[in-house]
Design a protein around this ligand. Structure first.
Ligand code: NAD
Length: 492
């Protein structure tokens, strides 16, 4: 019996056909507050039968949902937006308790999630394809976007409130039914989201929640009744999901891990660039796929910039995410904390210079938390492990480069291609960066290249497997098939 069962706490259930039911698998895991070590709940893992049950409900729902007028299909999304707005503080607090980030960060991610619900309410426009009169003699030609059936999304732990909403609202507004499999490490936010979905008025089976881990994901990938899978998570898993889903004849979009860079030109406002770079690397304790944790600085301003970065990073307060003064919250699990600690050891062994060492940080009153203070390395070189692999913790490395062009070469040599930023005061450098840096999300004079919901979101190289990305028109195309229709009326 798990700790949460012993203490009588409610476990996290599935939401299938508008009913809350227990997963029938014998495995599961405790959900633990990463800052206090307190067990919050228990999540049971779903079996093939649970997945099959949800798929069948989803298929039944699809028959009538896909035929409803599009204006009707977006009405529950307007309700959902209002419910999310009304409950945003409570949701953010829950998210902090199970994830460890700060309250401001939690609220910020929920706001980005709500933006996706708003954008999907524009489905009557987003679903429009095209029409050409006289495509051939007396023939008019039309393309229509049509929904396909049941889709599933498998999401990571680091944005439990936002990432499900990169997919869910678009899938259902375009006429499909949708199943979410959230991370087993922080499933409580999704559970609360589905309580609000229940209130929002979707017909039974249109939106469903299945909890679980690897076996549940495999059951999703192998189920014939699922048309397509959206995945967000680490690169090795993304690659596997891409291969297995494709082998099973499904559409698939799989977003993977990252290693992102900032380039600092000698012309940049260095103080501004230092603040934004530190925030980009350390926000959400570095557990972000958009964290820019390698900074390539023009040699002429390297020493000055290092001092600025160390000063700003040293000001960061590590603590419980619900305490107002906290800048950096807890890491998700003790195992992940060990992994980040190990990367810092590797950096030292590789010969990088650890100029700020947050490894021994202690937070009064939270002795059981997975806290890790900011670590700053200087003199990082491109061949080092800490320069190439995703650390996913509050660890930042600085690297001198001859000029912005060399910085772009460092960006392009990475196996990953999720994001990159340039700080500069020169338009020509910015233009060169935009044309030549190989990453899916670029920013000039901004630390984090986060796209709004009305643009798509996805990386390149090992950061993304597939072609159509999350959010906006890309994901609508993922969730629909374009049927081309030609017509001729000989007597006309
Ligand atoms: P993860 O890959 O461990 O897990 C993601 C999901 O996959 C979870 O739902 C999990 O249950 C499932 N899963 C885990 N191992 C599996 C396996 N072997 N087979 C099938 N399913 C499996 O990722 P995480 O630790 O939850 O999230 C962090 C990672 O996600 C980081 O690498 C981060 O960069 C990445 N991420 C990427 C983006 C992006 O847009 N590219 C966004 C957020 C997070």
């Amino acid at each position: 019996m798990s700790e949460s069962e012993q203490s009588g706490q409610a476990s996290v259930q599935n939401y299938i056909g508008s009913q809350w039911t227990d997963a029938t698998g014998s495995d599961g895991t405790d959900v633990v507050n990463p800052a206090t070590g307190e067990t919050l709940s228990y999540v049971g893992f779903s079996t093939e039968d649970d997945v099959d049950d949800a798929v069948q409900r989803g298929q039944e729902a699809f028959e009538s949902w896909s035929q409803r007028p599009i204006e009707e299909r977006i009405q529950p999304l307007f309700e959902l937006k209002a419910l999310l707005e009304a409950n945003i503080d409570e949701l953010a607090e829950l998210l902090v308790r199970e994830h460890g980030k700060t309250f401001g960060e939690a609220k910020g991610e929920l706001r980005r999630g709500i933006e996706n619900v708003e954008t999907a309410c524009g489905m009557p426009t987003l679903m429009q394809a095209g029409h050409v009169e006289n495509a051939a003699p007396d023939i008019d030609e039309t393309a229509v976007r049509q929904p396909l059936g049941v889709f599933a999304a498998i999401t990571p732990f680091n944005f439990p409130g936002m990432i499900p909403l990169w997919f869910l609202p678009y899938a259902v507004a375009s006429g499909n039914s949708f199943i979410l499999k959230p991370s087993e490490r922080d499933p409580l936010t999704a559970k609360r989201l589905f309580e609000l979905i229940d209130e929002a008025g979707f017909p039974d089976g249109v939106v469903q929640l299945i909890n679980g881990s690897v076996d549940t994901v495999n059951a999703i990938l192998e189920h014939d009744g699922i048309e397509g899978v959206s995945f967000v998570g680490s690169t090795p898993v993304a690659r596997t999901i891409y291969e297995k889903a494709a082998a099973n004849g499904k559409r698939v979009q799989a977003q993977g891990g990252a290693k992102n860079h900032v380039i600092v030109s000698e012309t940049a406002n260095l103080e501004f660039a230092a603040r934004k770079s530190v925030s980009s690397a350390l926000a959400c304790s570095g557990e972000r796929c958009l964290a820019n944790d390698i900074i390539c600085v023009e040699e002429s301003v390297y020493e000055e910039f290092v001092d600025l970065v160390v000063d700003v990073a040293d000001e960061q307060v590590v603590g419980y995410g619900l305490d107002e003064e906290t800048d950096i919250g807890a890491l998700i699990t003790p195992e992940h904390e060990d992994r980040v600690r190990n990367y810092v050891e590797i950096g030292i062994q590789e010969g990088a210079n650890l100029v700020l060492d947050g490894r021994d940080v202690e937070v009064d009153g939270y002795e059981n938390g997975n806290f890790f203070g900011p670590c700053i390395f200087t003199d990082v070189t491109e061949d080092m492990v800490i320069a190439r692999e995703e650390i996913f913790g509050p660890v930042l490395g600085l690297m001198p480069v001859a000029d912005v062009d060399e910085g772009i070469e460092v960006v392009n040599a990475s196996d990953f291609g999720n994001a990159a930023s340039l700080f500069t005061d020169r338009g020509a450098e910015a233009r060169n960066f935009r044309h030549n840096a190989q990453a899916g999300n670029l920013a000039v004079n901004a630390g984090t290249a986060a796209p709004m919901a009305f643009f798509h979101f996805g990386g390149r190289k090992d950061s993304f497997f597939g072609d159509l990305h999350a959010q906006a028109e890309d994901v609508v195309r993922f969730y629909t098939d374009e049927t081309v229709y030609i017509e001729r009326w000989p007597d006309a």
